[in-house]
Design a protein around this ligand. Sequence first.
Ligand code: FE2
Length: 257
Amino acid sequence: MPDLDRVAYGLVKVHVREWLGYVWVCLAEEPPSFEETVLGAVTERLGALDLIDNYEPTTLDLGRRITYDVKANWKLIVENFMECYHCGTIHPELVEVLPEFADGYAAQYYVGHGALFGENIQGFTVDGSPGVDRIPSLADEQDRRYYAITIKPQVFINLVPDHVIIHRMFPLAVDRTIVECDWLFLPEVVASGKDLDKSVELFHRVNEQDFEACERCQPRMSSRVYADGGVLVPSEHHIGIFHDWVKDQIARAPAAR
Ligand SMILES: [Fe+2]
């Protein structure tokens, strides 16, 4: 077919950026500012962008990757991640490590706040036993704390003293989302073959507990009563902002018009 214009019918171009050792893809013809959106989310949550660099995320190695097939909409998974009043009832291991989560306050409610480990907790592990080597460049105030960041639309970042956990969501249908979760550790920790099970098991359980809850909520969200997105209480103001963000994105998307 000599007349075929290979450029006109070629592969679709996408905008990419490399950050944290991942390739970030934007399908928009005119991508929004990476600094304002992705990096802005980190600044908004931690109070300063360079605080994430202390975890040396680009140098860390993949210690474990687990893929979850969740029968729920991706937005439900985001909402679940942003609040914590469900923590006391469905995350027994997590609230043992982070006692303030038992009170239900969202980790992402206060700018710059990281949830403090319990007094007798030695590491971010399923039973509070010591984890692996601490990331050396951490600031003292970042030690013994857990920070969670939501990067809209599809990424969660979790920071603890000896590892970084990254969730990436791939929506496949209105009620199905693949979540790929990576546990990143210091390269020497991964290379040494140290047992990472207790570190991985804590958030693996949190994932399973959260995703089961999302799957139970999903059918109810089809109710006409839920058409406007339900009722939000004051401590969910950041979830309200997420709702507004989604509506704004839909209004802007050419395909939706
Ligand atoms: Fe949760």
